[in-house]
Design a protein around this ligand. Structure first.
Ligand SMILES: [Zn+2]
Length: 284
């Protein structure tokens, strides 16, 4: 979390060098060890190769586990200070979506709650007035890549840098604000992502719970996934873009938000934007 804190406190200071997390340092050592073993004991090469293959399978599996921290920093709950203030973070992905987002904004306004919109930058560029409306109504727009590529989890360092920094520029050009938080499409990624985010001063944010509301058409099931055990510090994931439709044809998010917002009020919880929740420097 240090990157975001540095970003807030001293935007011009270069970040400290990125440091690989322990799992990746062990993985790198395993690769060197495998080569050394195969050279020293030629008959051992099948075992050395097998160890590398297993390691790669583990790295891939971890990259497909959105809430894992083994590939680097990853926020899945708000910091303790925000939880102590009774804060949660509603995060709404894949917009802005003209047929859905304005109704989402009205529901949030009516409840007096704030949200973070992880927007696809090309959609921000396509709907600039709607993006500015999101900010004007007190919410935050953060980086959810330029195009939401389906092969995001297999990009290399250059692909990540291009996709993410282009999104930073596109969002800033429309809103005047550079994002400080990033979310990967479906949360899928690989070890090349963390150093790129570190260099760009972006914090990877996933979620505490998600409703799977791009696939699930039953609003009651989506609500239950988000609301069961709802507590201060939770980060909840919903979608205004790519929203599934109920049997009656309504975007699921519009059916889920009213009861979810009512529950926040009953529990005395306040949804704030991620920059608000992160307003103090964080040490994790
Ligand atoms: Zn998404």
């Amino acid at each position: 979390m240090r990157a975001a804190a540095m970003n807030t406190l001293a935007p011009t200071a270069p970040p400290p060098p990125w440091r690989a997390p322990p799992f990746l340092r062990v993985s790198a050592a395993l690769h060197f060890g495998a080569v050394a073993a195969a050279v020293a004991v030629p008959g051992a090469w099948p075992w050395a190769l097998g160890a590398v293959v297993v390691n790669h399978a583990a790295i891939t599996a971890i990259g497909l586990t959105p809430r894992s921290r083994w590939l680097g920093q990853n926020m899945t709950r708000l910091p303790a200070a925000a939880a102590a203030r009774g804060e949660v973070a509603l995060t709404i992905d894949d917009g802005p979506e003209p047929g859905v987002t304005p109704a989402v904004l009205d529901l949030l306004d009516a409840a007096g709650q704030r949200a973070t919109f992880f927007c696809i930058a090309e959609r921000v560029q396509a709907h600039p007035a709607l993006a500015r409306e999101i900010l004007a109504r007190g919410h935050s727009i953060q980086n959810h890549t330029a195009r939401h590529r389906h092969n995001f989890s297999v990009l290399g360092p250059r692909g990540y840098a291009a996709e993410i920094s282009r999104a930073q520029d596109m969002i800033a050009a429309v809103t005047g604000e550079r994002p400080t938080c990033f979310r990967a499409p479906a949360g899928f990624r690989n070890p090349f992502l963390a150093p790129v985010l570190h260099r760009l001063g972006l914090l990877l944010v996933s979620w505490t719970r998600r409703g799977f509301d791009t696939r699930e058409r039953d609003a009651a099931k989506v609500l239950a996934r988000l609301a069961d055990g709802l507590a201060a510090g939770d980060i909840l994931l919903l979608h205004d873009g790519h929203a599934a439709r109920t049997a009656a044809g309504r975007p699921v998010v519009l059916e889920v938000l009213p009861p979810l917002l009512a529950q926040l009020q009953r529990q005395g919880l306040r949804s704030v934007t991620l920059p608000q929740a992160l307003r103090e420097p964080i040490d994790e």
